[in-house]
Design a protein around this ligand. Sequence first.
Ligand SMILES: Cc1cc2nc3c(=O)[nH]c(=O)nc-3n(C[C@H](O)[C@H](O)[C@H](O)COP(=O)(O)OP(=O)(O)OC[C@H]3O[C@@H](n4cnc5c(N)ncnc54)[C@H](O)[C@@H]3O)c2cc1C
Length: 233
Amino acid sequence: MYTGRIVDIKKETFDTNQFIIELLGVKQFEFNPGQFVSFQLPIHENPKKALRHYSIASSPFENKLKFIINKVEGGLGTSFLFEKAKIGTEFPILGPVGKFILPEIIDRDLVMISTGTGVAPFRSMLNYIYEKKIPHKKIHLIFGSKKKENLLYHDEFKAMAKKQESLEYHVALSRENFNGFQGYVHSIYRDLYRNRQNAHFYLCGFKQMIMDARSWLQENNYNRNYIHFEIYD
Ligand SMILES: Cc1cc2nc3c(=O)[nH]c(=O)nc-3n(C[C@H](O)[C@H](O)[C@H](O)COP(=O)(O)OP(=O)(O)OC[C@H]3O[C@@H](n4cnc5c(N)ncnc54)[C@H](O)[C@@H]3O)c2cc1C
């Protein structure tokens, strides 16, 4: 178990903050991009019920951990993080945990599909791939949300896609037109991969999005070994 200390809080959207956390006494925290940690927050007497899981949004090369967290109405953990926690607040952190990680050898395209803060593990994976120059094929990052005001790390991903030839960044907004497209994440990857089986699909975010994507992929005979998912709710 580690002790985490909040060193920065940045408002990203009206209900989403980025928290930067350092682990006391730890120079290099080793984890696989895509993994998450558990915050033990002062919200319950039972330590197990006080745990809330958050994907690491930073790459293993950044010396502090970044998290992108959405405030849940009436949620115990996020009420603490948004209303009580401040710079200097400390709490126990457990982990890293999780099997939502990159394949050892990336010999297929990567299709990263997220809704909202589900983009966190992809930010970690992408920075890792490009910083460490990991051999890879084409990468599609698909970010889904309702409106432009919900976009997360948009300028960063746009700049990354401009610099990295292998990366295509797609935005799917359900309630607003964005660069000529309005709709859900599904139509984007379905158009790209309808008759092709050469990709790993990584799905992260809301349960419904993940269920819908998995059903389509299975109906289209995608091998289960190439479908990876992390459900947030
Ligand atoms: C592996 C994993 C990684 C995660 N990573 C992130 C992350 O990077 N960023 C992030 O913001 N969240 C993440 N989550 C969700 C996070 O762990 C909490 O569930 C979330 O912050 C709500 O906690 P809470 O204590 O505020 O709400 P709770 O008090 O636990 O729940 C309050 C009510 O809200 C409902 N609820 C819980 N979560 C949500 C939600 N996300 N949307 C709508 N309703 C909800 C519950 O069913 C309950 O009825 C992750 C979850 C998992 C399992």
